[in-house]
Write a protein that binds this ligand. Structure first.
Ligand code: SAM
Ligand code: SF4
Length: 362
């Protein structure tokens, strides 16, 4: 597949069709493909839209209605969809996210069920780390392979301003427990604050190198509940790398990137810190949609082919109307077949999805 300078897939498989011909139907077997030839193998599962933080770029300070309890998938419904994804659709990697996945009590049970699937998928978790200190060892025993803990600043005042909660110590304890439990690697996801972000990034990288965590800095995307995101306020990848480069000796990582969203840099050892790596995820300034291998399931059973989808496919309704596995599989295939070429953030006609990130699952 060729790729345009915007990071979009250039060749549309249906481009040879005569003008006015009906669209090709989604394939009924084989991998989970879209019309651009991308194959989805990585499933992101949002377990809840609830959260115990209120990050400014994700949730409002107050006033966001939770999904009603009966709208959420039960553990049995979720386990069935995971089985269909792995055994019929070729999903090889499952990441649990939210909202905050640690606020769901059945997380360990869901991980255990996912780990029993054949072929066993890789199982990962994205969490804000609150409560992880108590649960990291149990999650590892249940079958969790890797973890990403979100942390935007190690300055307690900055952390409290960004997350609107004074919980930095809990997150740092959670990170330490994840490492002690043998989750490897432990990655730290950071979204930079427009005001303190560059200072925070330098401190975070030093902290992560010292503790053996892998830092990933993510450009802020238009997925905030208040729809206040502005392109001009995003600290972009080039600015982040320039700031880090003033404090650390960075060399581009030579390994092929594949579908991984992060561009990786090797950080040389110094008198102050050991060597390590840092990644920058340039979702806005250097979109990587052409290599996207993701499909997303919301906590209320909707398939989203893209973080920025404005349309969803309702698998919960099928689950609750006694549809068989083949019908659910086909609905999932159709949803992914219609995946757009790219997120379109940089287009003048871009429309931000109604759901904030907390209700989609990052
Ligand atoms: N609560 C968990 C956490 O924070 O890790 C999981 C859900 S959170 C929505 C998943 C990831 O999305 C986090 O790493 C968070 O920083 C990131 N995120 C949230 N809003 C974002 C935005 N507007 N742009 C970029 N990343 C965002
Ligand atoms: Fe909660 Fe994660 Fe969103 Fe922060 S980014 S408000 S921790 S869901």
């Amino acid at each position: 597949m060729t790729v345009t300078a915007l990071g979009l897939p250039a060749v549309h498989r249906s481009s040879d069709r005569a003008i006015g011909a009906p669209p090709e139907p989604a394939p009924t077997t084989g991998p989970l493909v879209d019309t651009y030839g991308r194959v989805a193998t990585d499933l992101r599962v949002s377990l809840t839209d609830k959260c115990n933080l209120r990050c400014t770029y994700c949730m409002p300070a107050e006033g966001l209605d939770w999904l009603p309890g009966q709208a959420l998938l039960s553990a049995d419904e979720l386990n069935r969809l995971l089985r269909i994804a792995v055994t019929r659709l070729g999903i090889t990697s499952v990441r649990f996210t939210g909202g905050e996945p640690l606020v769901t009590r059945h997380l360990e049970d869901v991980v255990t069920a996912a780990a029993a699937l054949q072929p066993r998928p890789e199982i990962t978790l994205t969490t804000n780390g609150i409560g992880l200190a108590r649960r990291a060892a149990g999650l590892k025993r249940a079958g969790l392979d890797r973890i990403n803990v979100s942390l935007d600043s190690i300055d307690a005042a900055h952390f409290a301003r960004i997350t609107r909660r004074d919980r930095l110590a809990d997150v740092l304890d959670g990170l330490a427990a994840a490492k002690a439990a043998g989750l490897d690697p432990v990655k730290v996801n950071a979204v930079l604050d427009p005001v303190s972000g560059l200072e925070d990034a330098v401190q975070l990288l030093g902290y992560c190198l010292d503790h053996g965590y892998q830092l990933r800095i993510i450009e802020q995307m238009p997925l905030d509940a208040g729809h206040t995101w502005q392109r001009g306020s995003v600290i972009d990848a080039d600015t982040i790398l320039a700031a880090l480069g003033r404090h650390f000796d960075l060399r581009p990582d030579q390994k092929p990137r594949g579908s991984a969203p992060a561009e990786l840099w090797q950080v040389a050892a110094s008198a102050a810190h050991p060597a390590g790596t840092v990644g920058v995820i340039a979702s806005v300034s250097h979109a990587f949609c052409s290599a996207c291998d993701r499909t997303r399931l919301t906590a209320d059973g909707q398939i989203r082919s893209c973080l920025f989808s404005t349309e969803e496919s309702d698998l919960r309704a099928l689950l609750r109307s006694d549809a068989d596995d083949a019908a659910i599989e086909m609905a999932w295939r159709k949803a992914m077949w219609a995946k757009p070429a790219g997120h379109g953030i940089n287009n003048p006609d871009f429309v931000q999805p109604m759901r904030p990130m907390s209700a989609i699952g990052g």
